[in-house]
Ligand binder design. Structure first.
Ligand SMILES: [Zn+2]
Length: 274
């Protein structure tokens, strides 16, 4: 996080991050899990697929630790109210149709929600941006609407799945703003979240996402301006058994939970919770 001095004499990065509670006084960044496709399909060169059985066990892992998986908007609102301690953000990128078939029911069974980041320009399409691996169908308009009605949050993953760092300026505007307008119309929800394709974040794209009316942005890796518009996420794959989830939770907590010399002890405390 950039900790340059702002005009009020406070660290500017911290002030920006603390809007509505993210990364507030403690410097905490919420735990957000990143999924893509939930499917029995085993051909998976990009490691974006988690089998339904593994996914069910991962959700059970959260539940047994007293954690609840929630949509990003719910997570951020709860953190803003100081109530986010037992919540974990659940996100699903690309809007694969298999979410409705294999994930939605498992989540509902636990009382969990999630955010699905959909590509506005590829509704009923497929993952044509991937150069290898199987073609996977993406959610249709009625599919998106149905998920929204079932209480899942619909976020935008842009229009076509292009890197905003590499796209021309005109394209970037359409990817960010037009996708929001279309997805709001399709879902009937206010679309407040944007997810950067490929996790490619820049200061410029953050500013555009904010100006387009979004309230948060999901990245993958930590960015210099990590905060509510560039939230890092924890990649979850098929290999993530319970011990690996515990290790990933500990690593997240060590990195983002608290800063300073007490971090190790606090990570230990988290492990008892988790
Ligand atoms: Zn994607």
């Amino acid at each position: 996080m950039g900790m340059t001095e702002g005009s009020a004499g406070r660290p500017r990065g911290r002030a920006a991050c603390s809007r509505r509670g993210v990364d507030a006084a403690t410097g905490r960044v919420p735990a957000v899990l990143m999924y893509h496709s939930i499917s029995p399909c085993t051909e998976d060169p990009y490691r974006i697929t988690v089998s339904p059985g593994r996914f069910a066990r991962q959700m059970l892992w959260l539940r047994r630790r007293g954690l609840r998986g929630v949509a990003m908007s719910e997570l951020l609102a709860a953190i803003g109210n100081g109530e986010g301690r037992k919540l974990v953000g659940l996100t699903f990128d690309d809007g694969y149709a298999d979410f409705a078939e294999y994930a939605a029911g498992v989540l509902a069974g636990h009382g969990f929600t999630a955010t699905v980041f959909v590509l506005a320009g590829r509704l009923s399409g497929e993952n044509a941006w991937d150069t290898a691996g199987p073609r996977k169908p993406l959610l249709s308009e009625p599919g998106v609407r149905q998920l929204a009605r079932a209480g899942f949050e619909i976020g935008s993953h842009g229009w076509h799945h292009v890197s905003l760092r590499e796209a021309p300026v005109e394209t970037v505007a359409a990817e960010i703003s037009d996708s929001r307008a279309v997805l709001q119309s399709v879902s009937g929800q206010s679309v407040t979240g944007f997810c950067y394709p490929y996790g490619h974040v820049s200061a410029e794209s953050i500013a555009r996402v904010r100006d387009a009316g979004y309230e948060y942005g999901c990245a993958i890796w930590p960015f210099a301006e990590t905060g509510r518009y560039a939230l890092p996420r924890i990649y979850i794959g098929e290999a993530d058994s319970s011990p690996r989830l515990t290790a990933k939770a500990a690593r997240h907590w060590l990195t983002w939970g608290y800063r300073g010399p007490g971090a190790t002890a606090l990570a230990g405390k988290f492990l008892r919770i988790a």
